[in-house]
Write a protein that binds this ligand. Structure first.
Ligand SMILES: Nc1ncnc2c1ncn2[C@@H]1O[C@H](COP(=O)(O)OP(=O)(O)OP(=O)(O)O)[C@@H](O)[C@H]1O
Length: 768
């Protein structure tokens, strides 16, 4: 079995302010150094030896001037015990506090230093006995803690460590442990049952210790004895505390420094004395270095087994008390001065004692097992009060769940209503009619307004519905929120309201787009109306042509007028425009048909003679560009005009040319006499009537060609207009579909959010 030094592993040490029983708080402190002067021994008395020291007070000792020499001292220490002092007093004032520090987790060392036969063993025996007594008294008056005492003892004889509880084990090795410091290998550590057992063990060690007779001491201790009492204390198990105090109390009885001449040692005694003196010299060196402010320098702890083992007690983690014993005899003054010199050095040595606390793994495991068992028992048999509380909490949660389900159903119903409204919107037959001013926009607004159950609010604008309906919904949600987690429900309500506002804004944007589209459609309709008006104007021009034709007494003039009047009265219906144009064409065809044909019948000739036949004069031909001008494609019309000019070009033999050519000729060349007549005729001034040499058949063909061209232009324009209207209708349908899809997606998104919120809320209800 291995026992370590009093050093507790650093990883398990926690420094806490602590109070030793009856002592000050632990801090860096000097070694407690006291001087005990024994009485004159019988031998000294028999030799008429004198007491060489005076004790001026309890702290000072000074040599007497017996030999008329300069007095030594005075020496001051923590305590100076004169020969009359009892061991009890020495213990009480020079060792008790330090010894009992081990009960509170502070390592403690008490050792006696002095020349041979100065009373070290005598003193330490009394100190140990008192310490054991006080320790067990403290244990008895501290029932709240459990104490475990372990005893071990060794001696260092001729620089060899020996187990005093197992002397047969032979020399023990000292090992260096990184956490525990120097440990003695295979040193027996026995658990102390009680005070009696402890005393018994101490007796065993004394019996085993190397003792020899010298000239100065019949029972001179020839070794350094170290008794180690390891004390572990912890609070009782039911306290729940798993930490323990752990400290060692070292009671050290050193071998006496001696002079061979004084002890008359020879042989083995001399060998013992040399080892003793060597180790004590190392101890003195260590003390002097520690006390001389050279702690940062090399301290020769390892120069002896004694200093290696006592290292923590010398400037380390321990409280240390040194009792320096000395003989008062004048014959030992020199040795006593050396002892006082050692004591003076020891006074300067400081230690840094800590409270050593450890966590016992077994105790920790036991504590955790108990805690687990207690918790399991609580789970298996919960208290009635907690059960009823949980039950009421579950009922409350169920109520909240039902309220949320109702809200969800309400939202679903509103979603279905909005979908149906959107469907109606999509199917609206006359949404693009200018007359339906509020149709699409208003219906879309209705779809997005989240109205009430009976739909009575469908006719109201979105903003009005929102302002009127939100308080009701907020009241409903608020009612739910007061009975559930308020912060969560308020948060959900705000999210829904925000989403609703976003939806309303998007719906407004969609409505604006619809309005723009309708406006553009209206503009398109206006364009159509303007086009129709232009067509009517052209028809009026045609009517003017027909008026000109009246002069040639068209038989079916009344029917043509009726047709034009009917066109004028019917307005700009695009759909009937084509039909009207057909009628116009038919009328024109009739007109052409009633014009004189190329065959000159006798009747026709007679009519020529009877009536003034007015051919297309320059005044009439000036209307042609207006007649054939297309309202929407003037360029093409111009091109067609040129084609018509080419097609209508008169033969070179004819003195009369077509209108355009005539115009060009009129501008480029001086007018001829025939043309002057035409101008006069246009100006309405009387002009000499001249027979029209123009070929009537060609005139008829030219007029018909021009009229057909005009009809084709109008037809093309109407076709283009119809295509544009169809395109607008398609765009409008597409926009309505997009708005419907957008609304549906937003509603679906809201429902998904509600679903996720419910899931989260149902999770928090199931895992409170
Ligand atoms: N204070 C004391 N009062 C009475 N007798 C004492 C006192 N101190 C020592 N003695 C006696 O002196 C003798 C020597 O004491 P002790 O053996 O303790 O000396 P020591 O220092 O241990 O010597 P050594 O170093 O040789 O072991 C013993 O007989 C002891 O009884």
């Amino acid at each position: 079995m291995t026992i370590g030094t009093p050093v507790t592993p650093s990883s398990k040490i926690r420094r806490t302010p602590s109070c030793t029983p009856g002592g000050p708080k632990v801090r860096e402190e000097n070694i407690l150094v006291t001087i005990r002067v024994r009485p004159l021994s019988p031998k000294e008395q028999a030799g008429y030896d004198l007491i060489a020291w005076d004790f001026t007070d309890e702290h000072t000792i000074i040599s007497k001037n017996l030999n008329h020499e300069r007095p030594t001292g005075p020496y001051s220490f923590d305590k100076v015990f004169d020969p009359s002092c009892s061991t009890q007093k020495v213990y009480d004032q020079g060792a008790r506090d330090v010894a009992l520090s081990a009960l509170n987790g502070i390592n403690a060392t008490i050792f006696a230093y002095g020349q041979t036969s100065s009373g070290k063993t005598f003193t330490m025996r009394g100190i140990t006995e008192n310490a054991v007594k006080d320790i067990y008294e403290h244990i008895n008056i501290t029932p709240e803690r459990d104490f475990i005492l372990k005893f071990s003892a060794l001696e260092i004889y001729n620089e060899t460590a020996v187990d005093l509880l197992n002397h047969e084990s032979g020399p023990l090795r000292l090992l260096d442990d990184p956490e525990k410091g120097t440990i003695v290998e295979k040193l027996i550590e026995e658990i102390v049952k009680d005070g009696q057992h402890l005393r018994h063990l101490i007796g065993i060690c004394e019996a085993q210790r190397q003792v020899g007779e010298t000239a100065l001491n019949d029972k001179s201790s020839r070794s350094h004895q170290i008794i180690r009492l390891t004390i572990e204390s912890s609070l009782r198990e039911n306290s729940g505390c798993v930490k323990s105090f752990l400290a060692s109390l070292n009671l050290v009885d050193l071998a006496g420094s001696e002079r061979a001449s004084q002890t008359n040692a020879d042989g083995s005694r001399m060998k013992e004395g040399s080892h003793i003196n060597r180790s004590l010299l190392t101890l003195t060196t260590v003390i002097r270095k520690l006390g001389g402010g050279k702690r940062s320098g090399h301290i020769p702890y390892r120069d002896s087994k004694l200093t290696r083992i006592l290292q923590p007690s010398l400037g380390g983690n321990a409280r240390t008390a040194i009792i320096c014993t000395m003989s008062p005899a004048l014959s030992h003054v020199e040795q006593s001065r050396n002892t006082l010199s050692f004591a003076t050095s020891a006074k300067e040595v400081t230690n840094s004692a800590l409270v050593n606390m450890v966590v016992a793994e077994k105790k920790l495991v036991k504590h955790l097992q108990k805690e687990v068992a207690r918790l399991e028992a609580e789970l298996q048999s919960p208290e009635p009060s907690s059960s009823s509380c949980l039950r009421s909490l579950l009922m409350e949660k169920d109520l909240k769940i039902r309220q949320m389900e109702r809200e969800m159903n309400e939202l679903k119903r509103q979603r279905d209503l909005a979908q149906s409204q959107l469907e109606l919107e999509r199917r609206a037959p006359k949404e693009l009619k200018g007359s339906n001013h509020h149709g699409p926009s208003h219906q879309v607004a209705k779809c997005l307004s989240f109205t009430s159950d009976n739909g009575s609010d469908l006719g109201r604008p979105l903003s009005e519905n929102r302002t009127r309906k939100l308080p009701g919904r907020q009241a409903m949600v608020r009612q739910s929120a007061t009975s559930t987690d308020p912060s969560m429900l308020v948060h959900e309500i705000r999210k829904l309201e925000m989403r609703q506002r976003q939806l309303g804004e998007e719906a407004n944007r969609a409505l604006e787009l619809l309005h723009k589209e309708v406006s553009s459609h209206r503009l398109g309709s206006q364009d159509a109306a303007e086009t129709i008006a232009k067509l009517l104007s052209e028809i009026k021009d045609m009517h003017a042509v027909s008026s000109t034709l009246d002069k040639i007494e068209i038989k079916d003039k009344s029917s043509l007028k009726e047709e034009i009047a009917r066109l004028n009265s019917q307005g700009g219906n695009i759909a009937s425009l084509e039909e009207k144009l057909e009628n116009v064409q038919q009328s024109i065809d009739k007109l052409v048909m009633y014009l004189p044909s190329g065959k000159e019948t006798p009747d026709f000739k007679s009519q020529q003679k009877k009536k003034k036949i007015l051919p297309f004069t320059l005044s009439n031909t000036s209307n042609m560009p207006q007649i054939i001008r297309s309202p929407c494609s003037p360029m093409s019309s111009s091109r067609k005009i040129m084609e018509c000019d080419t097609e209508n070009k008169a033969p070179e033999s004819n003195s009369i040319t077509s209108g355009g050519e005539t115009l060009r000729k009129h501008k480029a060349t001086p007018p001829r006499s025939e043309e002057i007549n035409w101008v006069s005729s246009r100006e309405g001034t009387p002009a000499p009537r001249q027979q029209n040499p123009v070929n009537v058949k060609k005139m008829q063909k030219m007029f018909k060609t021009a009229a057909e061209e005009n009809i084709r232009s109008i037809k093309a324009y109407v076709t283009e207009l119809k295509e544009r209207v169809a395109k607008l209708q398609y765009q409008k349908q597409l926009l309505v579909c997009q708005v419907s899809i957008c609304c549906f997606m937003m509603l679906l998104h809201i429902l998904l959010q509600i679903r996720s919120t419910e899931c989260v809320y149902f999770y928090h209800i199931c895992n409170p």
